[in-house]
Design a protein around this ligand. Structure first.
Ligand code: UGA
Length: 435
């Protein structure tokens, strides 16, 4: 059994590493030659806990990494995990996946086996049948369902727990026609993930499940963020106690009720926009989804308004941003709210200094010398007029009066309520706490 994975981002590289470490004859393909070179040496192009360990394990077995697409010839299974970014109007950009699928179609011509192509990339409903399937059939001159299988297989892993999620997913979704290929796919996943529910459905439903999942998560976050705004007007109210309590109701569930500066990252914002765009095109006014986005945008506006209200004119004030990664345990800053915050603050000409345990290099690529980069948390705080805690890195929990004493003005906005309950000699504001 030979498995190919096309696209070595978070999803593709995690899958490649997990499958190969389990002993599957796996080949990971990416068009980026430098990236492939690095990965071949056991170095991950991004920070993800556990990834390098398991990748090295795979490389010791049969794993091959290459930018040579001919290596996918004669694979039994092919997973497509390339990115589906957004166009400027929010709609989905399918150019990368179309190109990858065309190449796979070409290689199908020569494939003597009858492979199954699993599409893990997030695509809007209808894409598999209307775009992917016709490209594959045209390029290969073969028939889906007869000469090869095509299955929608959406992914639900989270960055920062990508390996754990790949090894132990909560569900496997298989969308497509009920053919011998579907039966084979089911057997494979039953063996790979014993006791995990497998949902077998059609392409459109599988495609929609992914958007339903991400948009529901975004809705939970905006819901708790909206409530946190109300709490801020109620003296003594605490959003975490509220979240903890409602989370105990099994109908609600405790996860994704952590109020903060809004959801970011390379998935939730993009998928929300794509779903809103898709709904509009389908003639449905996505009132709720629009509101979820609006609440998200307002969280950041609120932080900026509070900073201006307390500091007045921001020019020449020193503002410290703690955390630029879109969440802890990653160096990913794509669509990070902290990055958005820095961009907006820079227009008001303050001096910005940032700290992040993993994402400094990526942040530097965006802002270069427009902002400063602190080597230590202490350096970041020194002579500062304001600290804004954006990312819930464990390191920031330890902050105390000792570190704050070197600030010019002891004003702290804690977007993640990391310092709640400490006796601090500072002007302290936290999202979701009534003053
Ligand atoms: C998200 C989904 O959680 C995954 O299930 C999905 O597979 C993935 O997108 C994808 O489509 O590829 P991820 O982008 O890794 O995963 O990030 P999340 O953990 O969902 O966090 C997204 C944002 O929400 C972060 O900015 C985080 O800080 C924020 N968030 C999350 C909150 O503000 N509060 C919470 O309670 C949870």
């Amino acid at each position: 059994m030979k498995i190919g994975v096309v696209g070595l981002g978070f999803v593709g590289l995690s899958l490649t590493s997990v499958l190969s470490s389990k002993g599957y004859d796996t080949v990971g393909i990416d068009i980026n030659k430098d990236k492939c070179k690095k990965i071949s040496k056991g170095i991950s192009p991004f920070f993800e806990p556990e990834l390098e360990k398991i990748l090295k394990n795979g490389l010791k077995k049969k794993l091959k990494i290459s930018n040579d697409f001919s290596l996918i010839n004669n694979c039994n299974f092919l997973f497509v995990t390339v990115g589906t970014p957004q166009n400027t109007n929010g709609s989905i950009d399918l150019s990368i996946i179309k190109k990858a699928i065309s190449t796979i179609g070409e290689s199908l011509k020569k494939n003597k086996k009858k492979p199954i192509i699993f599409v893990k990339s997030t695509v809007t409903p209808g894409t598999m049948k209307k775009i992917i399937l016709p490209i594959l059939e045209k390029k290969s001159n073969k028939k889906a369902g007869k000469d090869f299988g095509l299955i929608s297989n959406p992914e639900f892993l989270q960055e920062s727990s990508a390996i754990k999620d790949t090894k132990f997913p909560h569900v496997v979704v298989l969308g497509g026609y009920q053919t011998k290929f579907m039966k084979k796919a089911k057997m494979f996943f039953m063996k790979l993930h014993p006791n995990i529910p497998i949902i077998i459905t059609n392409h459109e439903t599988a495609e929609m499940i992914k958007y339903a999942n991400n948009s529901f998560l975004a809705t939970k976050i905006s819901f708790i963020n909206q409530l946190s705004n109300i709490c801020q007007k109620i003296p003594g109210a605490n959003i975490d106690d509220i979240a903890k309590t409602i989370g105990l109701d099994p109908r609600i569930g405790k996860l994704f009720l952590n109020a903060g500066p809004g959801y970011g990252g390379s998935c939730l914002p993009k998928d929300m926009k794509a779903l809103i765009n898709f709904a509009n095109i389908s003639g449905i006014n996505p009132i709720l989804l629009n509101a979820v986005e609006e609440v998200n945008t307002k969280q950041l506006k609120q932080i900026i308004a509070l900073t201006k209200q307390k500091l007045g004119n921001l020019s020449s004030k020193k503002i410290t941003i703690l955390g630029t990664a879109f969440k802890p345990d990653t160096d990913d800053i794509r669509d990070s709210i902290a990055i958005e915050l820095i961009k907006k603050l820079l227009k008001m000409k303050p001096k910005i200094i940032i700290h992040d345990p993993k994402a400094m290099k990526n942040t530097k690529r965006i802002f270069e010398d427009k902002i400063s980069y602190a080597k230590t948390i202490e350096d970041a705080l020194s002579k500062s007029h304001c600290i804004i805690i954006m990312t819930q890195w464990k390191q920031y929990e330890k902050l105390n009066n000792n570190e704050f004493k070197y600030m010019t003005r002891k004003f702290v906005i804690d977007c993640r309520r990391m310092l709640v309950g400490k006796q601090l000699d500072i002007d302290y504001y936290a999202i979701g706490l009534g003053k």
